[in-house]
Design a binder for this molecule. Structure first.
Ligand code: HEC
Ligand code: HEC
Ligand code: HEC
Ligand code: HEC
Ligand code: HEC
Ligand code: HEC
Ligand code: HEC
Ligand code: HEC
Ligand code: HEC
Ligand code: HEC
Ligand code: HEC
Length: 493
C-alpha cells in the first residue's frame, strides 16, 4: 500500500504526542518539506500553513511521499524515499482515501471520520472522473493546501458555502457539456427561488442545501433507485427535517406532512405499491424550487396528473368563488398531504363531507336541491350496479350463462369512473350525461339477470312436468306390458 510509509510517519508523529493530539495541537517539529517550500514562498506552503492536516501533524509527505526530516531537497524529494511528486487527478481519491477510506478504520475511529472513499466510489462523481480528468474528486469540493474542517465557515463545503461549491460546476453549461450536455444547469438558480434558497441566502444554515437532498460523497444519479432523490426515497429525505418537530420548532410550521402523506392514496401508491405515477413531495413542490404551491397554483399542481378534473373545476362556479376567498381549489375538498379515496358520500350536507362547510340543507341555499340531485345520480349509478351485480351473480350460481350482461356491465363501471370526474363541474347536465348511460346499462344488465333467473325457473317447471309425463308414460307402459304378459300367460294356460 503506497501510503504505508506515510502512515507510519503520521502515527509516529501522533505517538510522539502520546495519543491523539488535542484539537489545536502544534504542528510537528520537523516538516522540512514545509520549511523549505515556505522559504521558497510557494503558494502550497502558504496554503498549508492553515491546513487542518498540518494542524493534526500530517506533513507534506503525508500526501506526496518523500522524507520530511531531510532539509536536502534532493534527498527529501527522492524516489528512494518514496517521493511521488504531484498526483494525477485520477489518483487523488485513492490518495486521500489512503487515510479517509475503508482500509483505515483506526485513523478514522481516532478522528471519528466517515469512510469518504467507499461512498465516493459509488457516486456519479467517481464516474465523471473515470471519463474525464476534469471530473469531480475530493479536491474539487474540499480544495487542497488549506483544507479546513467542514465545520469551519471557511470550508467550501460548510453549509453556508456548499451551494456555491456545487454550482461552480453545476451552474456551468460549458463545463457540463463535456460530460452530459442534457443535464440541466439551473439548480442553483431555481434553488434561490425556493423557501430553502431564500432563507439560505439570508444566512439560515438549517434549511436544505444541495447536500441535504443529494448526500455529500455518495451522490448518485437521480435515476438510481438508491439515490435519496429517487421518487420512492424522496418522502424520507424531506421527512428527515420536516418530520423532526424539534429541528423545525423555531419555524412554527406543521411537521405532519410525512405522516399524512404516508396514509394518503398517493403515499400508499408510491411507497407500498411502488407506483411511480403517484406524486412524491417534489412532484407538488418542485425539485429545486421547493415552495408551497400558492393558492393560485394548487389546481395546476394537481392538474399535472388529474387533467380532466382540473378542466372541469376551472369551468365551475366554485373556481371563481374559491379564488375570491383565497382558497386553494382541489385541496378544499381533498386536502393536500392526506388525500383519501373518494366516495359518493362526499356529496352531502353533514360533516365530514367537504360540502358541509359551505352548503346547508335548510331551504336557504339555492344549490341544495342541485346537490341532492347530484347525489341521487351518483347513488342511482352505484346502487344500480350493485343490484345488477347481485342479480347476475345469482343467475350464474344457478348455472345460467349471463356473461354477455356481465360484459356490458363494464360500461356502467366506466360511466362511474367518468361520473366521478364529471362531478367537478358541479353541473347536473354534465353528471347526467356521464352517469345516465351507466344507469341504463346497469338496469339492462339487471333485467338480463332477472330474465335468466326467470328462464331457469321456467325450465325447472318444464322439467318437473316432463319428468311427470315420462314417469306416467313409463308406468302406463309397465302396466301395458304386464297386461300383455298376463294375457300371454292366460293364453298359454
Ligand atoms: C530544500 C528545499 C526543499 C525541500 C526540503 C523539499 N522541497 Fe519540494 N521542491 C523544492 C523546489 C525548489 C521545488 C521546485 C523545483 C522542482 O521541481 O524541483 C520543489 C518541488 C516540489 C513538488 C512539485 C514537483 C513537481 O513535479 O512539480 C512537490 C510535490 C514537492 N516539492 C513536495 C515536497 C515534499 C513532499 C517534500 C518533503 C518530503 C519536499 N518537497 C521537500 C524545494 C524543496
Ligand atoms: C492532504 C494531501 C496533501 C498535502 C498534505 C499536501 N499536498 Fe501538495 N498536492 C496535493 C494534491 C492532491 C495535489 C494535486 C492537486 C490538483 O491536481 O489539483 C497537490 C499538488 C502539489 C503541487 C503541485 C501544484 C501545481 O500547481 O502543480 C505542489 C508543488 C505541492 N502539492 C506541494 C506541497 C507541499 C510543499 C506541501 C506541504 C507544504 C503539500 N503539497 C502538502 C495534496 C497534498
Ligand atoms: C461533491 C463534493 C465532494 C466531494 C467530491 C468530496 N467531498 Fe468530502 N465532503 C463534502 C461535503 C459537502 C462534506 C460535509 C458534509 C457536512 O456538512 O456534514 C464533506 C465532508 C468530508 C469530510 C469530513 C466528514 C467526516 O466525518 O469524514 C471528509 C474527511 C471528507 N469529506 C473527505 C473527502 C474525501 C477523502 C473525498 C474524496 C474521496 C471527498 N471528501 C470528496 C463534499 C465532497
Ligand atoms: C496521511 C493521512 C491523510 C491523508 C492522505 C489525507 N488526510 Fe485528510 N485528514 C487526516 C487527518 C488526520 C485529519 C484530521 C481529522 C480531525 O482532526 O478531525 C484530516 C482531516 C480532513 C478534513 C477535515 C475533516 C473534518 O472533520 O472536518 C478534510 C475535509 C480532509 N481531511 C480531506 C482530505 C483530502 C481532500 C485529502 C486528499 C487531498 C486528504 N484529506 C488526505 C488525514 C489525512
Ligand atoms: C430539497 C431537495 C433538493 C435540493 C436542496 C437540491 N436538490 Fe438537486 N434534485 C432534487 C430532486 C428531487 C431532483 C430530481 C429527481 C428526479 O428528477 O427525479 C434533483 C435533481 C438534481 C440534478 C439532476 C439534474 C436535474 O436538475 O434534474 C442535479 C445535477 C442536482 N439536483 C444538483 C443539485 C444542486 C447543485 C443543488 C444545490 C444548488 C441541489 N441539487 C439542491 C432535490 C434537491
Ligand atoms: C468539479 C465539478 C463538480 C462539482 C464541484 C460537483 N459536481 Fe456534481 N457532477 C459533476 C459531473 C461532471 C457530474 C456527472 C454528469 C453526468 O455525466 O451526467 C455530476 C453529477 C452530479 C449528479 C448526478 C446527476 C444525474 O445525472 O442524475 C448530482 C445529483 C450531483 N452531481 C450533485 C452535486 C452536488 C450536490 C454537489 C455539491 C456538493 C456537486 N454535484 C458538486 C461535477 C461536479
Ligand atoms: C436539512 C433540512 C431540510 C430538508 C432535507 C428539507 N427541508 Fe424543506 N425546509 C427546511 C426548513 C428549515 C425550512 C424553513 C421553514 C420555514 O421557514 O417555514 C423549509 C421550508 C420548506 C418549505 C416551505 C414551507 C413554508 O411554507 O414555509 C417547503 C414547501 C419545503 N421546505 C419542502 C421540502 C421538500 C419537498 C423537501 C424534500 C425534497 C425538503 N423540504 C427538504 C428544512 C429542510
Ligand atoms: C399532492 C401534492 C403534495 C404532495 C405529494 C406533498 N405536498 Fe406539501 N403541500 C402541498 C400543498 C398544496 C401545500 C400548501 C397548503 C395549502 O395551501 O393548502 C403544501 C404545503 C407544504 C408545506 C408547508 C407547511 C404546511 O404543511 O402547510 C410543507 C413544509 C410541505 N408541504 C412539505 C411536504 C413534504 C415534506 C411532502 C412529502 C412527504 C409533501 N409536502 C408532499 C401539496 C403536496
Ligand atoms: C404526479 C401525479 C399526481 C399528482 C401531482 C397528484 N395526483 Fe392524485 N393521484 C395520482 C395517482 C397515480 C392516483 C391513484 C393512486 C392509487 O393507485 O390509488 C391519484 C389518486 C388521487 C385521488 C383518489 C382517487 C380515488 O381513487 O378515489 C384523489 C382524490 C387525488 N389523487 C387528488 C389529488 C389532488 C387534490 C392533488 C393535488 C393536491 C393530486 N391528486 C396530485 C397522481 C397524482
Ligand atoms: C367542491 C369539492 C371538490 C373540489 C373543489 C374538487 N373535488 Fe375532486 N372530488 C369531489 C367529489 C365529490 C368527488 C367524487 C366522489 C365520488 O363520487 O366518489 C371527487 C373525486 C375526485 C377524484 C376521484 C375520481 C377520479 O377522477 O378518478 C379525483 C382524482 C379528484 N376528485 C381530483 C380533484 C382535483 C385534481 C381537483 C382540483 C382540480 C378536485 N378534485 C377538486 C369533490 C371535489
Ligand atoms: C368553500 C365553500 C364551498 C364548498 C366547500 C362547496 N361549495 Fe358548492 N358552492 C359554493 C358557492 C359559493 C356556490 C355558488 C353560490 C350558490 O349557488 O350557492 C356554490 C355552488 C354550488 C352548486 C350550484 C352550481 C350551479 O351551477 O348553480 C353546486 C351543485 C354545488 N355548489 C355543489 C357542491 C358540492 C357537491 C360540494 C361538496 C362536494 C360543494 N359544492 C362544496 C361554495 C362551496
Amino acid at each position: 500500500m503506497r501510503a504505508g510509509t506515510n502512515l507510519v510517519l503520521l502515527v509516529a508523529a501522533l505517538l510522539a504526542f502520546g495519543g491523539p493530539p488535542p484539537a489545536e495541537a502544534a504542528p510537528p517539529a520537523r516538516d522540512e518539506c514545509f520549511t523549505c517550500h515556505q522559504e521558497q514562498e510557494t503558494p502550497e506552503a502558504a496554503g498549508y500553513s492553515h491546513d487542518i492536516h498540518r494542524a493534526r501533524g500530517v506533513t507534506c509527505a503525508g500526501c506526496h511521499g518523500g522524507d520530511p526530516t531531510s532539509d536536502d531537497g534532493d534527498i527529501a524529494m527522492s524516489k528512494a524515499k518514496g517521493f511521488r511528486g504531484v498526483p494525477k487527478k485520477q489518483d487523488i481519491p485513492a490518495l486521500c482515501g489512503s487515510c479517509h477510506g475503508g482500509e483505515n478504520e483506526g485513523l478514522r475511529a481516532r478522528y471519528k471520520l466517515e469512510d469518504a472513499l467507499t461512498d465516493y466510489k459509488e457516486s456519479a462523481h467517481a464516474k465523471s472522473l473515470d471519463a474525464n480528468t476534469k471530473g469531480a474528486q475530493c479536491v474539487s469540493c474540499h480544495g487542497v493546501h488549506g483544507i479546513a474542517a467542514v465545520t469551519d465557515p471557511k470550508s467550501p463545503v460548510h453549509p453556508t458555502r456548499v451551494v456555491d461549491t456545487c454550482a461552480k460546476c453545476h451552474g456551468n453549461a460549458a463545463y457540463m457539456r463535456d460530460f452530459n450536455p442534457g443535464l440541466p444547469v439551473d439548480q442553483k438558480e431555481k434553488y434561490l427561488t425556493s423557501i430553502h434558497g431564500k432563507k439560505h441566502a439570508a444566512g439560515d444554515a438549517k434549511v436544505a442545501t444541495c447536500v441535504s437532498c443529494h448526500s455529500n460523497h455518495a451522490v448518485r444519479t437521480v435515476k438510481d433507485p438508491r439515490s435519496p432523490v429517487y421518487p420512492t426515497q424522496i418522502p424520507a429525505t424531506c421527512a428527515h427535517c420536516h418530520a423532526d418537530a424539534k429541528y423545525m420548532a423555531r419555524y412554527g410550521i406543521p411537521t405532519s406532512q410525512y405522516e399524512d402523506y404516508k396514509g394518503s392514496v398517493h403515499g400508499k401508491a408510491l411507497l407500498e405499491k411502488s407506483d411511480l405515477n403517484a406524486p412524491a413531495c417534489n412532484s407538488c413542490h418542485g425539485n429545486h424550487g421547493a415552495a408551497p404551491p400558492g393558492v393560485a397554483s394548487v389546481v395546476a399542481v394537481c392538474g399535472q396528473c388529474h387533467q380532466s378534473n382540473e378542466q372541469l373545476y376551472e369551468g365551475s362556479v366554485h373556481k371563481e368563488h374559491f379564488e375570491k376567498k383565497n382558497l386553494g381549489g382541489c385541496v378544499v375538498c381533498h386536502g393536500n398531504h392526506g388525500v383519501q379515496p373518494t366516495a359518493d358520500t362526499m356529496v352531502a350536507f353533514e360533516e365530514p363531507s367537504p360540502c358541509a362547510s359551505c352548503h346547508v340543507d335548510d331551504g336557504t341555499d339555492e344549490a341544495a336541491p342541485k346537490i341532492h340531485r347530484l347525489r341521487a345520480l351518483l347513488d342511482s349509478l352505484t346502487v344500480g350496479q350493485e343490484k345488477a351485480e347481485e342479480v347476475l351473480a345469482r343467475a350464474e350460481n344457478l348455472g345460467m350463462d349471463v356473461s354477455d350482461a356481465g360484459y356490458t356491465l363494464k360500461d356502467a363501471h366506466q360511466a362511474q369512473v367518468q361520473s366521478r370526474v364529471a362531478i367537478h363541474s358541479f353541473r347536473e347536465e354534465d353528471l347526467e350525461e356521464a352517469a345516465r348511460p351507466g344507469i341504463v346499462v346497469a338496469a339492462e344488465a339487471e333485467k338480463a339477470g332477472q330474465d335468466a333467473i326467470g328462464e331457469y325457473r321456467f325450465r325447472r317447471q318444464g322439467l318437473v312436468v316432463s319428468t311427470l309425463i315420462v314417469t306416467f308414460a313409463v308406468i302406463l307402459l309397465w302396466l301395458k306390458i304386464r297386461q300383455i304378459e298376463r294375457r300371454q300367460r292366460d293364453e298359454d294356460a
